[in-house]
Ligand binder design. Structure first.
Ligand code: HEC
Length: 109
């Protein structure tokens, strides 16, 4: 789902360099967030991400009409699992860090 909706800008490696952007040479001028690699996004709380995906953030539009609430959460958990795989500490209130695989199950909020 991420690859269909988000990777065109954010990249399938979540490095902020998808085909629409291509390091500034693509048709889309605004730099997409480097979801894996940039500490700002590596530690961004899930709720903040969910909010940005739901309501949009500057140049990125809202996904509330394209993706259901459940789908949006599934994508956020996908991002978080990729970040955990890249060594990020997930910024959740739960500091008793479970293994990433255990927290990757979407818990509906
Ligand atoms: C058309 C290109 C484009 C697509 C498609 C896109 N994004 Fe983004 N995204 C951006 C840009 C540009 C930013 C940086 C916005 C800013 O901070 O000004 C961004 C920022 C973000 C952020 C950080 C938000 C914040 O609060 O700073 C998250 C999380 C994110 N995108 C997730 C997603 C997800 C999940 C999808 C798919 C459902 C998606 N994006 C699809 C361009 C895109």
């Amino acid at each position: 789902m991420f690859n269909i909706n988000c990777a065109i800008c954010h990249g399938d490696k979540l490095d902020g360099n998808g085909p629409l952007y291509k390091g500034g040479n693509g048709p889309y001028a605004a730099a997409p967030a480097q979801l894996v690699g940039n500490p700002k996004y590596m530690t961004m709380p899930e709720g903040t991400m969910f909010h940005s995906v739901t309501y949009g953030k500057n140049m990125m539009g809202s996904y509330a009409s394209q993706l259901s609430r459940k789908q949006r959460w599934m994508i956020i958990y996908y991002i978080k699992s990729k970040q955990a795989g890249a060594g990020a500490t997930t910024a959740t209130a739960d500091t008793t860090a479970k293994p990433a695989a255990a927290t990757a199950t979407p818990a509906m909020k």
